[in-house]
Design a binder for this molecule. Structure first.
Ligand code: ZN
Length: 199
């Protein structure tokens, strides 16, 4: 089922996700729906917060973009094919930065039409639980590292605009304010129309 992707201004985007202790049928269903939603929107990553659930669950698939923006993967210190890890589910991910900061373009399904260069560490060491409830551990680089950091930020209520440099954020202020106001207006409207009429 394709879920609604919430936009900037929705309160759930600022919520820190709750830990997921086990992969219940409800979590499995959420993961399947998140993949369906992400692929339909042609995204490469989606966090639970973006479909209105404050949980430490994210889905990623960088294969579509890999020709233009490659990824790297190391398993137990050995280079591996990042595509073998796709599609990737990270539950309760914990990251450790490796390497220097690199700038690269980013967008976000919760910020339609907003793109900016964001500086992030080049590589990350990742420990997480997968969709089978197993512990996974690897080192990611390139686009995969960027996607994992962007999505893990979502899980902690952090948005890519928080990582924009101040000049970029200033340039985009009007656009961002408009997006936020639009989302809030829609939410207020939903609440109003959701109130049952007294008969
Ligand atoms: Zn995002």
């Amino acid at each position: 089922m394709i879920l609604e992707v919430v936009k900037y201004g929705h309160p759930t985007l600022r919520k820190k996700g709750a830990r997921v202790e086990s992969v219940t049928p409800a979590i499995k269903e959420l993961i399947a729906n998140m993949f369906e939603t992400m692929y339909a929107a042609r995204g490469i990553g989606l966090a639970a917060q973006q479909v209105g659930e404050a949980l430490l669950v994210t889905v990623i698939d960088v294969r579509e973009a890999s020709a233009e923006r490659p990824s790297t993967l190391e398993l137990n210190g050995q280079p591996a094919d990042p595509h073998k890890l796709m599609p990737l589910v990270l539950i309760n991910p914990e990251l450790k930065s490796v390497g220097e900061m690199v700038a690269g373009p980013e967008g976000c399904l919760s910020f339609p039409e907003v793109y900016a260069d964001i500086s992030r560490p080049e590589k990350v060491d990742v420990v997480a639980m997968n969709e089978d409830g197993q512990r996974i551990e690897f080192r990611a680089g390139g686009l995969l590292a960027r996607a994992i950091q962007h999505e893990t930020d979502h899980l902690n209520g952090i948005l890519f605009i928080d990582r924009m440099d101040s000049d970029t954020k200033k340039e985009m202020k009007a656009e961002l304010d408009e997006l936020q106001a639009g989302t809030k207006a829609v939410l207020a409207g939903k609440k109003a129309s959701g109130t049952p009429s007294k008969l």
